[in-house]
Every structure is written in structure tokens, then in C-alpha cells.
Design a protein around this ligand. Structure first.
Ligand code: PLP
Length: 458
């Protein structure tokens, strides 16, 4: 559409450097290198302004679940824009797309999660979670229950509350962490527990939650929040038994459980939600990304009957909401996206076919000298690059010859620039989260490109 400007890549890069501040970016470094200008996409492929085609192993930012170029989503948006492009859901009004989407979400989420609060991003959803939880405990006559516990390297967004909720050290360094937010260590078996059986480590890691609850005082703890699989923290897959023990501890102390499904939701782990895959029965469930496959911003918090009934009966007005809560166009796109995921059997296919195939393909890399651990569930996975696999020595550990993240970033740069594959490096874990429509042949292609990147790095 913008080709009428007749600008070169260098022109766009110059204008970008002059006027655009991108998220999570070191601006000096970016301006020295020159930003990639992405122009179009189809299926699992993106293309840049220089005509390079890149296999998108990350589905954008873990979100383009049905792949690029789906006309049905464009048509759903166009039809809704034509009929009702906007109306708010405040002040005793609603509209059909929001009601219908709330109903459908109640259908596909685990039992009891029957009430939707809409927002536009995952970060907003998690701010809603915090405000709703605090309001809930006020209604329960326990306004002192304010502490929310989360995990190191958890990622819950970039708004102020979501940054506090998250466990990202570099983000905390640019902020003050509020005392209401407490963090426990992550269930990162390869780094923290490989001297134990995974099942024993699972109990130990879940036990850190109980220790924190006792330290804060059980009657001060409002909730525990975690991603079923920690995504942006490095695809940390919890060892077997972790989630069952976490839930036992939450029940024991009456602590609300929040499963952040922003990445795991909408088929990523081979079921509709990561909570289905790990047997989690949360009280609240924030979701975003795959809900619209990223075609338009939308998020929701699904709320269990047992929480919603208290808010409805005793809460009075909930003084919270956004102009775009339940935006009709976004809801119409979400409904069509969920229809595609369902009618084309995409979720089922990830669970029974492409997911296991991807896991097996990733595991075939385990013999590579740089590869320490391979983790995968459904179509999300990580290959952890290490200095010395025999000794479980990670880059950046005492005795390692490289800084943490250096080798991962090298591998990522080789993958993108030399091999035409978009992967992400979280420290030295190479992350995959491709569109859920990826075929076996495309998985083979993705793996051969990645193997080439690994060899260039080694
Ligand atoms: N929660 C999780 C688990 C995420 O991975 C993210 C984003 O990556 C967020 C929340 C924040 O979502 P958003 O970037 O839409 O604000």
C-alpha cells in the first residue's frame, strides 16, 4: 500500500531511526545496524523490503496461530466495520460480538470459567487481573490480602502492574518493584535441578511457593500467577507433578490461582489452553495473542463462577475498564479465528500430529555439541545452547568462556540473516513458536535452516 511513496529500504530505515521508538530495543544498536522492514506475509512466511523470505518460526510474537493471509479474518473485520465499527460496552450498553465471544470463550475454557472481561493486550489483561483480585478480597472482607506471588523470568507484560508481576530482572532495574508483588524461583530443571529426578525437583520448586506464602503470612496472600509454560522466560516447561502440587498449595491457603494463557492459549500446547494440557483449574485466566491470531489487538480475562459471583453480588460498580474493552471488530475477528481453529481441526492437529513431529524433530538436535537441553510441548519449544553439555555448564555460569546470551544472539543472527529463519534467543535458549498451521514439510525446512544456523555458530 505504501509503495506509492517510492522509498528505498535505506529511506525507511532513516525515517525509522529519526521518528520511531520501538519496544524492547537498544536504539543506538538498532540505528547502527539498520532495522528490517517487513512488508508482507503469507502462511508461515514473512518477506522484507529487500525481498528476503523468512520462515517465521515465532508466529510474530507467539501469536499468528492461524498463519498469515487468512481472507476470512479480513472479511470478518470488514463486515463488522461496516455494520458497527465501534461502540463501547460501558454504561449499560453491549453489542452482539462481545456477548457472543464471551459465550464461546466460556465454552472452550475449562469448567467454571464462564465470565469474560475484555481488554486490548495481555498487559492490560494482567492489570485487570490485579485490580479484580484486590477488589474480590475487599468484597470478601479481607482487604489486607494484597500480595500477589509470581515467578522469576515470568513475563506478564509491560504496564506498571504487569511489569511488577513479571519476574524479569532487567525490567525491574528500570522500575521500583512494589512490595505487593513477590517472586519465587522458576521450575527450571535443567539449570536449577538437574542433580535430581524431574519429579522430585517439581515438588521442591512448587515448595518455594509454600515457603513464600508462609514468609508473607497466608492471610496476606491474594493470588499466585504463572504461565502454564513460561514463554518469554525461555520456554521453561514445568517438570511432571509441578502444577498438581502448586494447586494443592493454593487450595491449602485459599490463594487464588491465575493461569496466564497469553502464549499457551488457543492451541499452542496441543489443547485449547495450557491449563488443559497440565490439568490446571484456575480462578482467573488472562488470554490474548492467539485469540485473534494477532490480526487485531484483543485480550480477555476469564473469571471462574466462584470469583464472579462474589463480584456480582457484593462488588457494586467495578471502577475499571478501557475504551476498547470488547471492541466489536476485534471480537468479530476473534470469533472467526476460533471458528477456523475449530473447524479446520488445527488444535487437534497440533496435539496429535504436528506437535509430536516438531518435538521429535527438535529432539534430533540433542546430539549437537552446542545443545544442552531440548524442551517442547505442542508447537512451542526451546533448544538450550550450553558451553559444556557433560557438566551442564551454561554460558555465563562461573567457569564459562562467554557472557550469557552472546552465543544465543549469534545463533539468532545467523538464523535470520544467513538461513532465512526467524527464531528468538532468550539468553542462550533458542525459541520456537511457529504458526499452528505449519506442515510437516515446513517443520523439516525450519529444522534444516536451524541446524545450519547451529553449525555456523558452533
Ligand atoms: N503474558 C504473557 C504470558 C506474555 O507472553 C505476554 C507477551 O508476550 C504478555 C502477558 C503481555 O502481552 P502484551 O504484549 O499483549 O501486552
Amino acid at each position: 500500500i505504501l509503495s506509492r511513496f517510492n522509498r528505498t529500504t535505506a529511506d525507511w530505515q532513516r525515517l525509522d531511526a529519526a521518528h520511531h521508538l520501538e519496544p524492547f530495543t537498544d536504539y543506538k544498536e538498532l540505528h547502527a545496524e539498520g532495522v528490517r522492514v517487513v512488508t508482507r506475509a503469507e502462511g508461515v512466511w514473512i518477506e522484507d523490503s529487500e525481498g528476503q523470505r523468512i520462515l517465521d518460526g515465532m508466529a510474530g510474537l507467539w501469536c499468528v496461530n492461524v498463519g498469515y493471509g487468512r481472507r476470512e479474518l479480513v472479511e470478518a473485520a470488514t463486515a463488522q466495520m461496516t455494520q458497527l465499527p465501534y461502540y463501547n460496552t460501558f454504561f449499560k450498553s453491549t453489542h452482539m460480538p462481545a456477548v457472543e465471544l464471551a459465550r464461546v470463550l466460556a465454552d472452550i475454557t475449562p469448567e467454571g470459567l464462564n465470565h469474560a472481561f475484555f481488554n486490548s493486550s495481555g498487559s492490560e489483561a494482567n492489570d485487570t487481573v490485579c485490580r479484580m483480585i484486590w477488589h474480590y478480597w475487599d468484597c470478601m472482607g479481607k482487604p489486607w490480602r494484597k500480595t500477589i506471588i509470581s515467578r522469576t523470568n515470568g513475563y506478564h507484560g509491560s504496564t506498571v502492574a504487569a511489569t511488577n508481576l513479571g519476574g524479569m530482572r532487567m525490567m525491574h532495574k528500570q522500575n521500583r518493584v512494589w512490595p505487593e508483588f513477590q517472586h519465587i524461583e522458576q521450575p527450571y530443571w535443567y539449570h536449577l535441578g538437574h542433580d535430581m529426578e524431574p519429579e522430585a525437583f517439581a515438588l521442591k520448586a512448587a515448595g518455594w511457593l509454600e515457603e513464600k506464602i508462609l514468609e508473607v503470612g497466608p492471610d496476606n496472600v491474594a493470588a499466585f500467577i504463572a504461565e502454564p509454560i513460561q514463554g518469554a522466560g525461555g520456554v521453561i516447561v514445568p517438570p511432571p507433578g509441578y502444577w498438581a502440587e502448586i494447586q494443592r498449595i493454593c487450595h491449602k491457603y485459599g490463594v487464588l490461582l491465575v493461569a496466564d494463557e497469553v502464549i499457551c492459549g488457543f492451541g499452542r500446547t496441543g489443547n485449547w489452553f495450557g491449563s488443559d494440557t497440565f490439568g490446571i483449574a484456575p480462578d482467573l485466566m488472562p488470554m490474548a495473542k492467539g485469540m485473534t491470531s494477532g490480526y487485531i489487538p484483543l485480550s480477555a480475562v476469564m473469571v471462574h463462577d466462584r470469583v464472579a459471583e462474589v463480584l456480582i453480588d457484593k462488588g457494586g460498580e467495578f471502577f475499571h475498564g478501557f475504551t476498547y474493552s470488547g471492541h466489536p471488530v476485534a471480537c468479530a475477528v476473534a470469533l472467526e479465528n476460533i471458528r477456523i481453529l475449530n473447524d479446520e481441526g488445527i488444535v487437534q492437529q497440533v496435539g496429535s500430529d504436528t506437535g509430536p513431529y516438531f518435538e521429535q524433530s527438535l529432539k534430533a538436535l540433542a546430539d549437537h555439541p552446542l545443545v544442552g537441553e531440548v524442551r517442547a510441548v505442542g508447537l512451542v519449544g526451546a533448544v538450550e545452547l550450553v558451553e559444556d553439555k557433560a557438566r551442564h555448564l551454561l554460558f555465563g555460569d562461573p567457569g564459562s568462556s562467554h557472557k550469557m546470551g552472546r552465543v544465543g544472539f549469534m545463533c539468532r543472527d545467523h538464523a535470520v540473516k544467513d538461513c532465512g529463519l526467524m527464531v528468538r534467543a532468550v539468553r542462550d535458549a533458542m525459541i520456537f513458536s511457529p504458526p499452528l498451521v505449519i506442515t510437516r514439510a515446513e517443520i523439516d525446512d525450519m529444522m534444516s535452516r536451524f541446524k545450519q544456523a547451529l553449525d555456523l555458530t558452533a
